[in-house]
Design a protein around this ligand. Structure first.
Ligand code: SAH
Length: 351
């Protein structure tokens, strides 16, 4: 049993079962045993690889898309160039390198990073030192300024609650104890559940997930955007009105039982983009593959391929396939752009 599993078992023995959201929050961000607090999750030696770690093209194209959106909105100065959950800072570093030639963009930008893990803040500080980033604890601390924001695989790390429509009504899936070990169970029927389309259209037997922290994070990101202008780009795996249990644990690039290694495995859930999109007056939504292709990833890949020989060339072409291929991240991952009414849609999204 992991040290965090022992602590959680004690807590449940004393206070009763906890929600899946409480369980996720403890596993990811417990100050001593949390996954992001203690681990280097990314890359071959870690537990998973994210798009910016697969290829520099990802951050470059998203950086250029944000810069184009900034130009389309009249190049406001100063403005906030923000990232939520920047990991190793790779996406932001690639975005900044790609946008060096955009006149006035760097001079007007204050780079702002929302990051909960002190250890990852250190890594980001090393990657992004020349740009003098400002770190914030929460999205609600974003400055009063036009805000151009990106968040890759941030929302999937925010805790979800799970609800099952049983014959007696909605019940919540809880983490309790069975034979002294962590085990899933169900609450008594609930008087009330969140009021979103997924709940309103559910049928008996459906499991519906809801992330209040994701709703709050997106709402908070929209506060400066709706007041001062800008754009938010959220990239994640998930869908539109998704159904079913998507809580997943990854440990050393393999799926794990979500209750087996609390604190030592990454825990995520698919993002339901529908209730998040509803928070903004203007939105665009598409698959990652479609948006990256419209942003010109194939031309950029050709350009980079010219300087490469095998095996670097093979890796580069494989990376293009992983980011855009329909069987890989191209379809599973979605991009949601949110802005204010009347603002032009960002490049990469179909009109
Ligand atoms: N965007 C990066 C990392 C994704 S992993 C990439 O694509 O490689 C999720 C990131 O979100 C990590 O940096 C993690 O520490 C951060 N994070 C998780 N929960 C958070 C929270 N509640 N507040 C702020 N940051 C959080």
């Amino acid at each position: 049993m992991t040290p965090l599993a022992q602590l959680l078992c004690e807590r449940i023995r004393e206070d009763g079962p906890i929600t899946v959201a409480d369980y996720m929050a403890e596993c990811l961000l417990h100050p001593v045993h949390g996954y992001y607090t203690t681990r280097e999750p990314f890359g071959a030696a870690g537990d998973f690889t994210t798009a910016p770690e697969i290829s520099q093209m990802f951050g470059e194209l998203l950086g250029l898309a944000l810069a184009q959106a900034w130009l389309d909105q009249g190049a406001p100065s100063p403005f906030t160039l923000a990232e939520l959950g920047p990991g190793r800072g790779t996406l932001m570093a690639d975005a900044l390198r790609a946008t060096r030639a955009v006149p006035g963009f760097h001079a007007a930008a204050q780079v702002v990073l929302v990051e909960a893990s002190p250890r990852l803040r250190d890594v980001q500080a090393r990657t992004l030192a020349p740009h003098q980033p400002l770190w914030l604890d929460g999205v609600e601390d974003l400055p009063d300024c036009p805000t151009f924001l990106v968040a890759n695989e941030f929302l999937d790390a925010l805790p979800i609650r799970q609800f099952l429509l049983s014959p007696e009504g909605w019940r919540e899936r809880l983490v309790g104890l069975a034979d002294g070990a962590l085990a899933f169970g169900l609450s008594a029927p609930l008087p009330q559940v969140p009021d979103t389309p997924a709940f309103r259209t559910a049928r008996p037997g459906d499991l519906v997930e809801h992330s209040a922290p994701a709703q709050s994070a997106v709402a908070a990101a929209l506060v400066p955007i709706l007041r001062f202008g800008g754009l938010a780009l959220f990239i994640d795996y998930g869908g539109w009105r998704s159904r079913g249990d998507t809580l997943q644990a990854l440990c050393q690039h393999a799926f794990d039982d979500p209750l087996a290694h609390p604190g030592q495995a990454d825990l995520t859930a698919h993002v339901d983009f529908e209730p998040l999109a509803a928070l903004a007056p203007a939105q665009a939504y598409d698959t990652q593959g479609a948006v990256l292709r419209r942003l010109g990833i194939e031309a950029r890949a050709d350009r980079l391929a010219r300087g490469l020989a095998s095996p670097a060339l093979d890796n580069h072409l494989a990376a293009l396939g992983r980011l855009t291929g329909p069987q890989e991240m191209g379809s599973l991952f979605k991009m949601l752009a949110l802005t204010r009414a009347g603002a032009p849609l960002p490049p990469g999204f179909a009109p």
